[in-house]
Design a protein around this ligand. Structure first.
Ligand code: ARG
Length: 462
């Protein structure tokens, strides 16, 4: 059967190959609930402005609700000749209501319809991701109390650098995911503009009320230029980019923990419920959930690339190319949501191998920077102190000792003004206690930050 979008101008039917090639119902059925919500609001508006009678509007709304039920119960057959979700729903409406059903598409086109559906869909999807990000932040924060006394080596260049408190490490991830939440919230503002009623590209001569539809659908504002709206997919790209950063953050976390769970590091044990075995090597407990998190990030990056390339050469306004935005967009959301579903229990179930960590903290001269700062506080110029501590570390390496094990003589030879007070900043515990600056791993600062986050995430009673 020919699509209802083919008017009397056509003398030939669509080639079956064209139908297969052009269909989008196989993926845009995902939009069904939002399409129906948009159509109900549109019908209500048409009634308000007198383009539908109250009885017509009511029967359209009732039929649309029935169609939603039918789709949810798999009673509506999807067919390539009806192209997309919009045509399926409209066709089903016409089958149910005849001429009244034929009135729904008054004052709109599929161009503004698909844009509206997508905006409604992205708005919901952003809210879902946001809730999941909060859950993940809560998982990080939930570890802070029990891990208050755990000291970790912080790395730069993947070389042991300075000691930090484990809660400081947890909050580093809270910050990253908070920025992701901020980006999504900002993007949501531009998503939440009503495009319905710009019709195909130029608006309409019919007396529609776009502000009425916008408020019915919970949009904050009404997009102001019909040509812009017809072509605009910025909100799709923007949300795909915000998701890419979420995925990047998850991927770096996953990568870090894959390393930390190796025998070579031995810092952590991953919860076995999220690990898999090897079909040949019985001793293996593999970090597949983390590897897949890292691997799926490639898909999310690829989707962003697809979307960027998709729109780069399109003249104003709507072009059918835009139909290709959906698989990439839907996949990015589904993939990030899937990663965010497994991340919190992995965070919550991870166990530190405290002895391996503290044994490693003893080596690597993590207190060297604090020693240098101690010298600076006693008046030694930074460059001189940096050089002197380098000499002391060299000496300690020769002796196979920690800095705290060097006799005072050694310190005084390198830096004559030093006295036994120097031992007060040596060793990782002392080094951590010595931090004072805002945003550092100073115990008091970390405590304050934990309290701030608990407050923010509504976990103050933890
Ligand atoms: N399936 C189309 C899409 O996703 C809907 C809009 C079609 N508009 C048109 N004029 N052919 O973009």
């Amino acid at each position: 059967m020919d699509s209802p979008s083919r008017s009397g101008v056509f003398q030939k039917s669509t080639d079956g190959r064209m139908e297969e090639f052009a269909e989008s119902i196989s993926f845009d059925h995902e939009l069904y609930a939002h399409d129906i919500a948009g159509s109900i609001a549109h019908a209500q508006m048409l009634e308000t402005v007198g383009l539908l009678s109250p009885a017509e509007s009511q029967s359209i709304q009732d039929a649309l609700s029935e169609i939603r039920g039918d789709i949810e119960e798999w009673r509506l057959e999807f067919r390539v000749d009806l192209e997309d979700i919009h045509m399926h729903i409209e066709q089903s409406l016409i089958e149910r209501l005849g001429d009244v059903g034929r009135k729904l598409h008054t004052g709109r086109s599929r161009n503004d319809q698909v844009s509206t559906d997508l905006r409604l869909w992205v708005r919901d999807a952003i809210d879902r991701v946001d809730r999941r990000l909060v859950e993940l932040q809560r998982a990080f924060l939930g570890r802070c109390a029990a891990d208050a006394d755990v000291i970790l080596p912080a790395y730069t260049h993947l070389q042991r650098a300075q000691p930090v408190l484990a809660p400081h490490y947890w909050l580093a991830y809270c910050e990253k995911f908070e920025r992701d939440r901020g980006r999504l919230a900002d993007c949501r503002k531009r998503v939440n503009q009503c495009s319905l009623g710009v019709a195909a590209v130029a608006g309409t001569s019919l007396p529609i009320d776009r502000h009425d539809v916008a408020s019915r659908l919970g949009f904050d504002s009404v997009a102001a230029n019909s040509m812009d709206v017809s072509s605009d997919r910025d909100f799709v790209l923007e949300s795909a980019f915000a998701l890419t950063l979420v995925a990047e953050h998850l991927s770096t976390w996953a990568d870090e923990w894959i390393l930390w769970s190796t025998v070579e590091f031995g810092f952590i044990r991953l919860p076995q419920e999220f690990c898999t075995g090897s079909s040949i090597m019985p001793q293996k407990v593999n970090p597949d959930a983390l590897e897949l998190t890292r691997g799926k990030t490639a898909r999310v990056i690829g989707n962003l690339q697809t979307l960027l390339v998709l729109v780069k050469g399109l003249p104003l306004a709507y072009n059918r190319d835009l139909q290709e935005d959906k698989p990439a967009l839907f996949d990015s959301f589904a993939t990030v949501e899937a990663c965010l579903e497994v991340a919190p229990p992995i965070v919550g179930g991870m166990q530190w191998n405290r002895s391996a960590i503290s044994e490693r903290l003893e080596r690597g001269y993590l207190d060297a920077t604090t020693l240098m700062e101690y010298m600076i506080r006693r008046g030694v110029p930074q460059r001189t102190a940096h050089h002197s501590v380098g000499q002391l570390v060299g000496l300690a390496i020769q002796k196979g000792a920690r800095l705290a094990e060097l006799p005072l003589d050694d310190f005084q030879q390198v830096c004559p003004g030093l006295d036994s007070g120097v031992y007060g900043v040596l060793g990782v515990e002392n080094a951590v206690r010595a931090y004072t600056s805002y945003g550092s791993s100073a115990p008091r600062e970390v405590e304050k930050q934990v309290a701030r986050w608990k407050d923010k995430l509504g976990l103050s009673n933890l």
